[in-house]
Write a protein that binds this ligand. Structure first.
Ligand SMILES: Nc1ncnc2c1ncn2[C@@H]1O[C@H](COP(=O)(O)OP(=O)(O)OP(=O)(O)O)[C@@H](O)[C@H]1O
Ligand SMILES: [Mg+2]
Length: 271
């Protein structure tokens, strides 16, 4: 079992969509996934429950209870209508915990999500955590709890994609509470292969970051949007569609990268 966080402090780059559709594709392939909605906007939760039921959730049924360090699994984790996908709901109540300078907060708060997941994650092949578009406490607890980080970004406006800030956060977490955290990769999302500016960005990214960029690129596709309107991940909405094929490829690449990260290095073997 591995824990992966989708994070970029830039808004609207595809963090939530990636978690949602990836979970569906993995589940279609027989894997068991726990989605953690660690964004007080609760977009991921809305993707399953809709906006009204999401607003009606009692804080004790959401990740806020994890931050209060009083959550019991059966209280906060629910099954979804997608077989194989469970959800730890998000909600506005968790917003009061999402403070800046998270490394200065109480230690039990910083490790609250990691401690909770340690008790429940055995039942899953992958835990996937969605974050808000900032690097405050919610994102910090996600990184503290994770084996790997996936950074979605749009193929435009290189300087605005927040790569340097994300890398700074990784360094802080690695030199502090979670030395085991690894960057799984940058994921190009919403790519339009017909736009030369998108192609150019992707080339530049691959030149700069090489293998740190996922081979899989997520194309812009109305199938992703239509699926969400139907409250279904794209793999359940159009199991044979091109968008589903891409999400399945991303899932396989994530597991391959996690396995590669677990392999001992040549130096480690020699030691
Ligand atoms: N591959 C895609 N093709 C078409 N539309 C997409 C694709 N990926 C995401 N979108 C759309 O782009 C918008 C932003 O995506 P999403 O909500 O996943 O981003 P986010 O990074 O989670 O945003 P926030 O920072 O607000 O949490 C949504 O309307 C989503 O449906
Ligand atoms: Mg989001």
């Amino acid at each position: 079992m591995s824990v992966v966080t989708a994070l970029n402090q830039k808004g609207g780059v595809g963090k939530t969509s990636t978690c949602y559709h990836l979970a569906g594709a993995l589940a279609l392939g027989g894997r068991r996934v726990l989605l953690v909605d660690n964004d007080p906007q609760a977009s991921l939760t809305q993707g399953f429950l809709g906006p009204q039921a999401t607003r009606a959730l009692d804080p004790s049924e959401t990740i806020a209870a994890v931050y209060h360090q009083e959550a019991m699994a059966e209280q906060v984790i629910r099954g979804t209508h997608v077989p194989g996908v469970d959800l730890l709901c998000g909600g506005r109540a968790a917003g009061s915990f999402n403070v800046p300078d998270p490394h200065l907060t109480d230690w039990p708060l910083q490790t609250s999500l990691r401690d909770f997941l340690a008790d429940v994650s055995g039942g899953y092949d992958l835990v996937l955590i969605d974050c808000p578009p900032n690097l405050h406490l919610a994102s910090w607890t996600s990184l503290v709890a994770s084996d790997g980080l996936l950074v979605p970004l749009q193929p435009e406006d290189f300087g605005a994609q927040g790569i340097a800030d994300v890398q700074e956060s990784i360094d802080r977490v690695v030199s502090g509470p979670n030395p085991a955290l690894r960057l799984l990769g940058f994921l190009v999302t919403m790519s339009n292969p017909r736009l030369s500016v998108h192609k150019g960005f992707e080339q530049l990214l691959r030149t700069h970051y090489g293998d740190a960029v996922f081979t899989t690129t997520i194309p812009i596709s109305t199938d992703f949007k239509e699926a969400i309107v139907q409250r279904q991940p794209v793999a359940q909405y159009k199991p044979r569609g091109a968008a589903t094929k891409v999400m399945k490829a991303l899932g396989e690449e994530i597991f391959a990268r996690l396995a590669a990260a677990d392999e001992p290095t040549a130096a480690g073997e020699a030691a």
